[in-house]
Design a protein around this ligand. Structure first.
Ligand SMILES: *Cc1c(COP(=O)(O)O)cnc(C)c1O
Length: 372
């Protein structure tokens, strides 16, 4: 038996979720890049996405793309964090596509590609208001596109793209997608040929797909979150969209062990200072209630709002770095010391758990990995 706590990855569910998402996109003429950064780039997940029909494997970290390549992924790899100049040499060796937003980097990329005898494909980013990476003015993007097209021999202009719903929380509305299509048209007019790729964003850009308002020019989405989290992802929890409800939210499950069961007051007793993280907390007095302590905590998963107990009636009330307090007063099922409590996971909890050295990984139905 694996040491607890345990993160269980159900590859069959991940593949099924990815296939469903790819099906939605295909109806709108969109290909999917499967984003692997949330599980810290597990190569087994990259293989799942390739098997499900993704056209690219994408990550924000080169190490993760290199792992996917070493594991035998055959489809093109896409670097989705605008690269550092210091990693260009490695990047051209590891992957075929990258997102770009600086002329200086593109010039350095030409040198790196030439030196390594490669042709590297770039997608120039347009910042349509979310204020992360990308050219902010259409004219500048068109000028840089023309420069890449005319002046760089080893850098191929594959297309343009955008990122929304991230640092600036801007929604990928029909208007924003039409703007992207318009910028793509301006580039095509300037270079005198069609672009291969117009990349419309991430999971949140599924909304215009659901609404069937995606402009025909947009033909790629870079999808991560919804495949891992299903209905626990923002499409449902922030935007109230129900479409993702058909996906499984049990592709990744966290298993913890009960180390104490007791009935205690819900309000601390004594003069209150700060909690283990130096924060002043407020406590609601609900009288004495039955609770369990689990041997896992914020050092493993981060924030208690990002884990969802699968035990009916249970509620996470407090946590330290290594303890989680679960209110079980309203549970039908009785818990005892040594029992297991399982949790569904939101995005940031998955990100944390896959990097925690205290958490054992169990892979179910991996295409080429250990079976459990
Ligand atoms: C992380 C990321 C994505 C994937 O976003 P999800 O919301 O997980 O689908 C897509 N594009 C870029 C540039 C990213 O950094």
């Amino acid at each position: 038996m694996k040491k607890r706590p345990t993160l269980i990855i159900d590859h069959e569910k991940l593949r099924s979720n990815m296939s469903t998402v790819i099906g939605w996109c295909r109806e709108s003429g969109i290909d999917v890049a499967g984003v692997i950064k949330v599980t810290t780039g597990m190569a087994s997940v990259a293989l799942d996405y390739e098997a499900s029909g993704a056209k690219w494997i994408a990550s924000s970290r080169l190490e993760q793309l290199a792992r996917a390549k070493a594991a035998g992924v055959k489809i093109p790899l896409l670097m989705i964090r605008v690269p550092m100049i210091s990693e260009l040499d490695e990047m051209v060796q590891v992957c075929d596509y990258s997102l770009q937003s600086s002329l200086d980097t593109l010039k350095a990329l030409e040198t790196a590609a030439l030196k390594n005898n490669r042709t590297h494909n770039v997608i120039l980013m347009a910042d349509l208001g979310d204020l992360r990476e990308g050219f902010f003015e259409k004219e500048e993007l068109v000028d840089v596109a023309k420069y890449v097209e005319d002046k760089l021999d080893c850098v191929h202009l594959a297309g343009i793209g955008t990122n929304l719903g991230c640092v600036g929380s801007v929604k990928p509305t029909e208007e924003k997608m039409l703007m992207l299509a318009d910028w793509a048209q301006a580039v095509e007019d300037a270079i005198g040929r069609p672009l291969e790729i117009v990349s419309g964003g991430a999971t949140s850009s599924l909304m215009p797909v659901f609404d069937k308002v995606m402009p025909p020019k947009v033909n790629m989405l870079r999808i991560g979150a919804v495949v891992y989290c299903g209905p626990l992802e923002d499409l449902r929890t922030c935007y109230g969209r129900e479409e993702a409800d058909v996906l499984s939210d049990e592709a990744l499950i966290f298993e913890t062990e009960v180390i104490e069961v007791n009935t205690k007051p819900t309000h601390p007793i004594g003069e209150l200072g700060v909690d283990a993280f130096g924060k002043k907390a407020t406590y609601i007095d609900r009288g004495r209630r039955k609770r369990a302590i689990l041997a896992a905590g914020r050092a493993d998963y981060g924030d208690i709002d990002d884990i969802v107990p699968m035990l009916e009636g249970a509620e996470v009330t407090m946590a330290s770095g290594d303890h989680t307090i679960l209110d079980i007063e309203d549970c039908k099922e009785q818990l005892r010391v040594g029992d297991i409590v399982r949790f569904k996971l939101k995005y940031s909890a998955i990100l944390r758990l896959t990097t925690s050295e205290n958490v054992s990984l169990v892979e179910k139905d991996a295409l080429n990995g250990p079976q459990a």
